[in-house]
Write a protein that binds this ligand. Structure first.
Ligand SMILES: Nc1ncnc2c1ncn2[C@@H]1O[C@H](COP(=O)(O)OP(=O)(O)OP(=O)(O)O)[C@@H](O)[C@H]1O
Ligand SMILES: [Mg+2]
Length: 340
């Protein structure tokens, strides 16, 4: 093994840690894992980081939260953000800096910076909603009857809700992987649908309390009657991997019983690939300190124009890759080696 030591802040039992370490060992490089679980117990994380990270190259994986209660997730997330802010001050070299990861995690910030720079992105409609009644009213005034409501900081589709109102008869439908019980929101691994107005209003009132943004629900392209979008892993200035995520409903995340297919199945020309590459490149440039990103991109249903949904500074776990070439992590290890 070389004496250069990469530090992975993560969870050693996770697939992320397992396959990153595998990629490193293939290149004769050591990886030391610092467990998030230990970090959360520390009284003085700053001193700990300073003694452990000095001179190291560090990759930060997300903690493996096992929570399903959205209020508890929110609480845990705030602790995570606080620690990431402390990490940012440390004298280490990061694959993705904590700040760039946090900037991307913040959907409000991401949306703002992308649209200010004229990058095609799902449109933010409302950023200051306080209740379901207000939302219904705002939708009517804006003449928009299909929206996505998303907690600003969550990931893994937790809380993400696709909502439509029929303007003719006021009928409502809401799709989400969550449900509400005794006034609390819980995340699940399957999509649920609600049609009852009171039930939807109660659900939304609770969700909106978590701090949300409201976006236009853009119709996504289809293949063989499945809706799809793309998860593009873009690192070190080029596309490393594209997974097409196909779904029967409006939310395509793969843990929700959706199916991944290879990008080649879409039958696009090289021009489309280059268009996606340019979009990723100009977006990632806006996040200083970010060398790797998992970018969610949808193609408009009619024009097939690519549009960014969101950017994940830790969005590089692709099962189709780790069980095959493991090239995403392989490239990262190589890059880390050059960063010492
Ligand atoms: N405005 C939108 N229009 C159409 N579809 C959308 C829109 N916003 C989100 N979606 C769908 O919902 C999915 C989840 O949204 P998003 O990626 O923003 O949530 P997330 O919780 O951050 O996901 P993850 O962290 O797992 O990537 C998207 O992959 C996409 O399929
Ligand atoms: Mg996403």
């Amino acid at each position: 093994m070389s004496n250069k030591n990469i530090i992975l802040i993560g969870d050693s039992a996770s697939k992320r840690a397992e396959f990153f370490t595998k990629a490193a060992h293939c290149q004769n490089v050591d990886v030391t894992i610092i467990e998030w679980e230990e970090i959360f117990k520390l009284n003085n994380p700053k001193d700990f980081f300073e003694s452990r990270l000095e001179g190291a190259v560090v990759k930060i994986e997300p903690p493996s939260f096992k929570l399903v209660d959205l209020a508890l997730m929110d609480f845990q997330l705030k602790k995570y953000i606080h620690i990431m802010e402390i990490l940012e001050e440390c004298n280490a070299v990061f694959l993705n800096t904590p700040k760039s990861i946090l900037n991307a995690l913040n959907k409000r910030y991401t949306k703002k910076i992308l649209s200010e720079n004229k990058i095609e992105v799902t449109q933010m409609l409302f950023d200051n909603v306080h209740s379901s009644e207000q939302l219904f009213d705002m939708m009517q005034k804006a003449n928009v009857y299909q929206v996505f409501i998303k907690p600003v900081y969550f990931s893994g589709a937790a809380g993400v809700s696709a909502f439509r109102i029929n303007p003719k008869n006021g009928q409502m439908r809401l799709y989400t992987s969550c449900y509400m019980e005794n006034g609390r929101l819980f995340n699940t691994k399957k999509m649920n649908q609600f049609e009852n107005k009171k039930e939807i209003a109660d659900f939304l009132d609770r969700l909106i309390g978590l701090d949300v943004i409201v976006e236009r629900w853009h119709p996504k392209a289809r293949i063989n009657n499945f809706i799809y979008d793309l998860r593009v892993v873009y690192q070190f200035g080029s596309i490393e991997y594209i997974v097409v995520r196909t779904a029967k409903g409006p939310v395509t995340n793969l843990h929700l019983n959706n199916m991944a297919i290879p990008y080649e199945k879409l039958g696009f020309s090289l021009n489309k690939y280059n268009e996606i590459d340019r979009l990723c490149s100009s977006a990632v440039k806006l996040f200083e300190g970010m060398q790797m990103a998992g970018i969610d991109i949808m193609l408009d249903s009619n024009s097939l124009k690519p549009r960014i949904i969101e950017i994940n500074g830790q969005g590089d776990l692709i099962y189709q890759d780790i069980y095959a070439e493991n090239k995403i992590y392989g490239q990262q290890v190589q890059k880390c080696e050059n960063m010492f």
